[in-house]
Design a protein around this ligand. Structure first.
Ligand SMILES: CC(C)(COP(=O)(O)OP(=O)(O)OC[C@H]1O[C@@H](n2cnc3c(N)ncnc32)[C@H](O)[C@@H]1OP(=O)(O)O)[C@@H](O)C(=O)NCCC(=O)NCCS
Length: 276
């Protein structure tokens, strides 16, 4: 797909075209949602404007209005076009990997994992451009509204899916590379014993199961799988599945891209299914 660089590049924007098409169809079948669909999708000419409106509506409060936040977020997205490029990739990731997701419109409107990610992307831009207090405000509001606490300094790639999302915590020096999938309750935290660079580095294509806790400045090799409920304290080699407390290697992954497959069966190193 051609890289999207222009806010008016709608012809090359299939995610936005599909989102609008589904919003029009839904407004006809669900009249109760028509005005919401108009405000959040159909009244905007380009994806960037709809994204900015959507996030500001979610974060607005008595302290800082949605209108004020809209201006801040609009400016961030204008100055850093990669935010909206990544947001499109996150929508595609969710649509492709989540069997409960049937359109781009659903995560755009309703999935708080998607919303929380876009807040972090905006906060990350503000953090890097000397607006650290504003970045922390957005982190704090996102944490209140979505129950997802991701530090603005964390480096997060594109095409990320955070399914269900409640309780996800991502620390300041964490790195999440492109194409990672994770479920609710995941912690990418410090052990409490180290300062400085103290959080996990999650390489591309990894799938992290619900409530997994990954602690310390350790590396989770690309295309690995972390079992639900695991506590991971050591490096994980690429293409490896670990599980347990503390987590141990239990096999390979059987997939080139576990985050894409989202298959949560455990496989041994030869790729065949483990007996129960
Ligand atoms: C428990 C903790 C404080 C480490 O304590 P420690 O005494 O220094 O422990 P060590 O790292 O030396 O590990 C000692 C053993 O306990 C195990 N262990 C350590 N933390 C563990 C945990 N959370 N769960 C299960 N086992 C754990 C280690 O695998 C190791 O086992 P081994 O001796 O068989 O190899 C730390 O691992 C921890 O859990 N910190 C909490 C951090 C947290 O909540 N972070 C979230 C931030 S958002």
């Amino acid at each position: 797909m051609a890289e999207l660089t222009s806010r008016s590049d709608t012809v090359l924007d299939p995610v936005w075209v599909d989102t609008r098409r589904d919003a029009i169809a839904t407004a006809e079948t669900e009249p109760a949602l028509a005005s919401m669909l108009h405000a959040h999708v159909l009244s905007h000419d380009v994806f960037e404007d709809a994204l900015s409106y959507q996030i500001s509506q979610k974060l607005g409060s008595d302290e800082i209005s949605a209108l004020s936040l809209h201006q801040v977020i609009d400016q961030a997205i204008e100055r850093e076009p990669s935010i909206a490029v990544a947001a499109r990739a996150d929508l595609s990731a969710t649509f492709e990997r989540d069997p409960a997701c049937h359109s781009y419109l659903e995560p755009f409107l309703f999935f708080k994992g998607f919303h929380a990610l876009q807040c972090q992307r905006v906060a990350h831009h503000l953090w890097a451009n000397e607006h650290r207090f504003l970045a922390k405000y957005i982190q704090s509001r996102a944490s209140e509204v979505f129950g997802v606490d991701m530090h603005p300094a964390a480096k997060i790639g594109r095409g990320i899916m955070i399914d269900h999302a409640t309780g996800v915590v991502v620390g300041e020096t964490a790195v999440i590379e492109d194409g990672v999938s994770m479920l609710h309750g995941v912690t990418l935290g410090g052990t409490g014993k180290e300062g400085g660079d103290r959080h996990p580095k999650i390489r591309g294509g990894t799938m992290i199961g619900a409530n997994a806790t990954i602690l310390g400045n350790i590396e989770i090799g690309k295309c690995s799988r972390i079992g639900a409920g695991s506590v991971v304290l050591e490096n994980v080699p690429p293409y490896t599945t670990v599980a347990g407390v503390p987590a141990k290697v239990i096999g390979g992954t059987g997939y080139e891209q576990p985050a894409m497959a989202m298959d949560q069966q455990f496989l041994d190193c030869t790729g065949s299914e483990r007996s129960q």
